[in-house]
Design a protein around this ligand. Structure first.
Ligand code: DQA
Length: 146
């Protein structure tokens, strides 16, 4: 099983960025912990601060026929028609993840351009949200194979 874990802008700063909101763990910690939790899954991890690079990576995942994508589009969640169209254009299921509870924050974060075209969405559970999203993708793939 192949899963892409895709992270958007400013998430490269996890560990030092607003730790009271996002905690102290880094993206490297996330990659290590997710891989350790799902040793049988082949993961690709990618982060970019650039909208177009995220679009390209979604297209690449489609060409690679990955089984699922765990995507934290970060601030682009609330602004990007291009990322929404990319998610809508590709076949692999995309799970939208936000570490913080965006609904307990500013009103601008309550809007998601991605949610209507995502398979589902997990918010507010910190880095555990990525694990929950992978769990769903693995379980759904196993059910589909039965
Ligand atoms: C975030 C929430 C977004 O509103 C914000 O712009 C981020 C991170 C989260 O994981 O909680 O950069 O996606």
């Amino acid at each position: 099983m192949n899963i892409l874990v895709l992270n958007g802008p400013n998430l490269n700063l996890l560990g030092t960025r607003e730790p009271e909101i996002y905690g102290r763990a880094t993206l490297d910690d996330l990659a290590r912990d997710v891989q350790a939790a799902f040793p049988d899954v082949t993961f690709a991890f990618f982060q970019s601060n650039h909208e177009g690079e995220l679009v390209e990576r979604l297209h690449q995942a489609h060409r690679d026929e990955v089984d699922g994508i765990v995507f934290n589009p970060a601030a682009y969640t609330h602004t990007s028609v291009a990322l929404r169209d990319a998610v809508s254009a590709i076949t692999p299921p995309v799970i939208e993840v936000h570490m913080s509870n965006v609904y307990a924050r500013e009103a601008m974060r309550h809007v998601s351009y991605i949610a209507p075209v995502a398979a589902g969405k997990i918010v507010g559970f910190g880095m555990r949200g990525y694990h929950l999203a992978v769990r769903y993708l693995v379980d759904a793939a196993q059910e589909a194979a039965q």
